[in-house]
Structures are given as structure tokens and as C-alpha cells.
Design a protein around this ligand. Structure first.
Ligand code: HAM
Length: 403
């Protein structure tokens, strides 16, 4: 038997209901914030992710589904959504048009990670990207939007916040951090030794316990932010407080993608095991220019749909539509005809096998139909149909012409 690839799941039936319920809720809320749908291809040039997510990141360094296509192009399946949206934004010359452009998207992302609970190789994200707003109020709006979505879905969370500074305050901090890590180089893991040279900030979110202990006394960027970044961070905290959104400061929150500056945030859940990040994002004011567009401030986030599906409190689904069955083979054609008519406006499911009333009632209940409609020999002779309302429990016999 051929099975699906490791870390790649099928989504069907009840899971699909959760999936679409999530998408429709998040879409509705993103639209309330003035965002518009964008769809970008699953496959992009590898260079796009190397330049945006960063060569030294785990995503680009270890996790890309990368290959040479039949036209000798170096391509890869997208590991995340931001880079493609930025590429589309520049390609459509929206950077030159100026103004504010707000997008949301959802779809499959691919990362060749070690699969475990909550960590897949093909997973789905819902994300938003906002271009052209150089105000920390937009950063706050991103956080409020995630919070609105999670609240609407009945999902509890903890919000972690950090600032990654800008081109003025990050470089001197990086030097300070490198000097600190070099002093404790004997006690740190191999990955951190490599990171000191390639991407020193990433040592801060190393998962190794003994590294973490050493880094407790590491210098903290939020203590050396420039006045612009410091003011923005304070304003952001105040907006969140004014809007009753609780947060924790996590000075080790550096995010796994290289394009961020200033605001960085993550929403975590304590109810889904070790892969606890359910959403993450931040500001990335340098990325548009870095990908050859006009300098444009930008901020966004993405949510991991599979992780959220574990947590969603689904609303009670109401019975709907018609189940139509026959008690005699001769009545099947009529059942099909009635269903065809009903489907102009409603859900109608036909059972093509004649069976007794009890079994029809069971089958109607199983598909959560509102009405169980059955045609027996008597009904066929009289041009009627037997209908039971499975909600109100009322039964009646209705003339087919009036049904
Ligand atoms: P990210 O933190 O890499 O950010 O991913 C966002 C979310 O996707 C995570 O919080 C997690 O819920 C989910 N996720 C990530 N990897 C996996 C996986 N292997 N299996 C299941 N779920 C996963 C980004 O991707 C950025 N593009 C977010 C962003 C948008 N920043 C600015 N704009």
C-alpha cells in the first residue's frame, strides 16, 4: 500500500469542517481590519527565500524542498508566505504606487523538519501582510487581529513580545552579544558555536537547556534600544494595555526568519505540547528594499492552522437539508428527481438503496439532515412523500407538487 509522505496529512470529514471553519472565521476578521485576499504560487525561485528568510536560518539551510526543474531553474516549495507576498507586491509595482496595501492569504507551506506532534512537513498557514504603514499602531492591529481570531474560536493563549531593534541599535547589540557568547563558548552547543559566526542573535532561542542557563545573564536588546525603537516598544505595550490584551516580554524571542526588525511577537498555547507556537509575526521594514523594491514599511503575522485545529471549540452544528430515501426500488427514480429539485437551494442527499423506515431514519440522523423524507409504495401510488422533521420531531405526508 502506498501511504502519504511523512509529515504530510490528509484532511477530510470532521477535520475539514474545522479547517474551513477556521479559514472562514479568520477571513471574516481580516476583512474587518481592511485586508484583501492574495494568492501566490506554491513554487518560487529558491533565491527569493535565500534572500528574505536568510541563508543562515534553519528554514533555508536545512528545511527547503528545493530542486532543479525541467527548465534548469532552481526552485523550491514555499516554506512560508511572506516572501511570496512581498515578491508579488513589488512585481505588481505597488511599492511604486505608494499608499497602504493590506493582504491576507492561506495555504500550504513546506518545511523538511523532523515530524512530530504539531510539526509537519506540509502544513497550512493563515497570514496577513500590511505594506506602507510606518506606525506602531499597525503592529498593535496585527496583535489585536490574532487575538480576535483566537477569541472567536475559543482558544486561550499567551502573547510573547520583544523588539529586535533597527539598523541603529541592533549592530552594536550584536557585537555585545557575540563578546558575551565567546566568553562562554566552552559550555555551549555546536549549533550555537556555528551561530555566533553566522547569525549570533539566534543563539538566544537555542532549545538546549544548558545554553539557555548560560544566556540568562546575556545582555538584553530591549535594554539598548535606540530612542525611536524604545518609544515604539513602549507605545505598543500601552496600546495593548489600553485594549486589555495581556502580554509577556520574552527577550529571547528572536523568530526563526531573518527579515524582522523592531516588533516581534508570538502567540503560544499551553494545551498542545512542545510545538506550542500557534502564531508569529512582526515588523519587517527592510525586506521590500532588500528584494529590490522601493523602501516600504511592513508588518504581518502567520498562524499555524493544524496546531489551531487541535484547539478550536466548534459551534454546535445545526441539522440541515434533506435526506431522501425509498422503501421500494421503484421509488428510487422519484427520490433522485426530488433531490435534484431541492438542491437548487438546499443540501439533499439520496440513498439509492431501498430500505425500511428505521434504517432510513438512522441514515438521515448520521448525516445530520434536518428532514428525513421517504417514499414507499403508498406514497408512490398517491404522489406523496413522508417527511419527518428531525429537529421538531413532527411527521407529515406532503403532496410531491407542494414539497
Ligand atoms: P513562523 O513563525 O515560521 O512565521 O510560522 C508561523 C506559524 O506557522 C507558527 O507559529 C506555527 O503555528 C506554524 N508552523 C510553522 N512551522 C510549522 C510546522 N512545521 N508544522 C506545523 N505548523 C507550523 C512565518 O512563517 C512568517 N512568515 C510569519 C510572518 C508573516 N511574519 C510576518 N508576516
Amino acid at each position: 500500500m502506498i501511504s502519504s509522505l511523512r509529515g504530510m496529512n490528509d484532511i477530510l470529514s470532521e477535520d475539514y469542517e474545522r479547517f474551513t471553519y477556521f479559514i472562514s472565521t479568520a477571513t471574516k476578521i481580516a476583512q474587518r481590519y481592511g485586508f484583501h485576499f492574495i494568492q501566490t504560487p506554491l513554487l518560487e525561485e529558491t533565491a527569493l527565500f535565500k534572500r528574505s528568510v536568510g541563508e543562515s536560518s534553519d528554514i533555508v539551510g536545512k528545511e527547503m524542498y528545493q530542486f532543479i526543474d525541467k527548465g534548469e531553474n532552481d526552485v523550491c516549495l514555499r516554506p512560508e508566505g511572506t516572501a511570496g507576498v512581498v515578491r508579488a507586491f513589488i512585481q505588481k509595482k505597488l511599492d511604486r504606487a505608494g499608499g497602504i496595501h493590506r493582504f491576507f492569504y492561506h495555504g500550504a507551506m513546506f518545511r523538511y523538519e523532523r515530524p512530530q506532534k504539531g510539526r509537519l512537513r506540509q502544513f497550512h498557514q493563515f497570514g496577513v501582510e500590511s505594506f506602507g504603514v510606518d506606525s506602531v499602531y499597525e503592529d498593535a492591529a496585527m496583535i489585536m487581529m490574532v487575538s480576535d481570531i483566537l477569541n472567536e474560536l475559543g482558544i486561550g493563549y499567551r502573547l510573547q513580545l520583544n523588539s529586535l531593534g533597527c539598523n541603529d541599535c541592533m549592530p552594536p547589540y550584536r557585537e555585545e552579544l557575540v563578546a558575551f557568547v565567546r566568553k562562554c563558548e566552552d559550555g555551549i552547543c555546536e549549533d550555537c558555536v556555528r551561530r555566533v559566526d553566522t547569525n549570533p542573535i539566534r543563539v538566544l532561542d537555542c532549545k538546549n537547556g544548558s545554553c539557555q542557563e548560560l544566556y540568562i545573564s546575556a545582555p538584553k536588546l530591549i535594554n539598548s534600544l535606540c530612542s525611536d525603537c524604545g518609544n515604539d516598544f513602549n507605545t505598543l505595550k500601552k496600546i495593548l494595555e489600553d485594549n486589555a490584551i495581556a502580554y509577556e516580554i520574552n527577550t529571547n524571542l528572536v523568530r526563526g526568519l531573518d527579515y524582522y526588525s523592531k516588533t516581534a511577537f508570538e502567540f503560544v498555547s499551553d494545551n498542545i505540547g512542545s510545538q506550542s507556537a500557534i502564531a508569529g509575526g512582526g515588523r519587517y521594514d527592510r525586506l521590500v528594499e532588500f528584494l529590490d523594491g522601493r523602501p516600504t514599511p511592513a508588518v504581518g503575522f502567520a498562524m499555524g492552522i493544524e496546531r489551531l485545529m487541535e484547539l478550536i471549540v466548534m459551534p454546535q452544528t445545526k441539522r440541515d437539508g434533506y435526506y431522501i430515501g425509498a422503501m421500494d426500488d421503484k421509488a428510487v427514480d422519484l427520490a433522485v428527481k426530488i433531490a435534484h429539485m431541492k438542491r437548487k437551494t438546499d443540501r439533499a442527499v439520496v440513498d439509492y438503496k431501498a430500505k425500511n423506515l428505521k434504517n432510513h431514519l438512522k441514515a438521515a440522523d448520521k448525516i445530520n439532515a434536518r428532514f428525513c423524507c421517504v417514499i414507499g409504495e403508498d406514497e408512490l401510488t398517491n404522489g406523496t412523500i413522508w417527511v419527518k422533521d428531525l429537529e421538531g420531531k413532527r411527521e407529515e405526508i406532503i403532496k410531491i407538487g407542494e414539497f
